[in-house]
Design a protein. Structure first.
Length: 217
């Protein structure tokens, strides 16, 4: 019999969303969820719990991954266009790293940072990293919730999220990579973006600490 594993709400939320079509809450016999929060916290939570799944199964889809609790989410373009997700997660700003535009925050440069970088093997995100980090930090200071996204949410937006964590926590590429990977285990970064993150590590820490030839990449 498997042992008892306790986890934080953020970790549980991301585990339940580690799929491409349906949340793992729809899988029978997956887990026993014991929620000990006060009823008000439970009712206001963005974790959609089992009693709602049966009712909403047909329309259910995974939500963005939570990177910093209640502050930063990582997702894809479809999630960024979903008004219910914006409402449930209280999203107040977008970092859009794609060539497409969403219906939200159009024309509002205070709430939208649109970095129009194509999803290609040689896409160049490096010139935008200072601006990106500044934009997100400003919104964190305002207690605004930020959604970082790209078309599929596995390459450009993951790289941007890693870069921000490196800057925000003054930590290595390897540590920031592991942090994002623990939330979004489907991320697949192009080699070009890995090299750019290595260059960003030198900017943030003054030296290259992480060996990007290691298997973690």
């Amino acid at each position: 019999m498997a042992g008892l594993v306790l986890c934080e709400p953020k970790e549980l939320y991301n585990i339940l969303n580690q799929v491409t079509k349906l949340s793992r809450l729809t899988e029978p016999n997956y887990l026993c969820l014991l929620d000990v929060r006060p009823k008000q916290d439970y009712d206001e939570s963005h974790v959609i719990t089992a009693h709602r799944v049966k009712k909403e199964l047909d329309a259910f889809k995974p939500y963005p991954f939570e990177i910093l609790e209640g502050q930063i989410y990582l997702g894809n373009f479809a999630q960024a266009c979903d008004p219910q997700i914006q409402k449930d997660l209280k999203i107040k700003a977008h970092v859009n790293i794609s060539t497409e535009s969403t219906p939200f925050f159009v024309g509002d440069s205070d709430k939208l940072l649109h970095i129009q970088v194509r999803d290609s093997v040689d896409c160049n995100l490096f010139p935008f990293l200072r601006l990106l980090c500044h934009f997100i930090e400003v919104h964190l200071e305002l207690d605004s919730v930020v959604l970082i996204f790209s078309t599929r949410g596995i390459n450009r937006s993951c790289a941007a999220t890693i870069a921000f964590l490196m800057h925000y926590h003054s930590q290595s590429l390897k540590r920031s990579w592991a942090s994002v990977k623990s939330c979004q285990n489907s991320m697949i970064l192009s080699r070009s973006l890995v090299v750019q993150l290595s260059q960003w590590e030198k900017v943030v820490l003054g030296n290259i600490i992480t060996d990007i030839q290691e298997p973690f990449c």
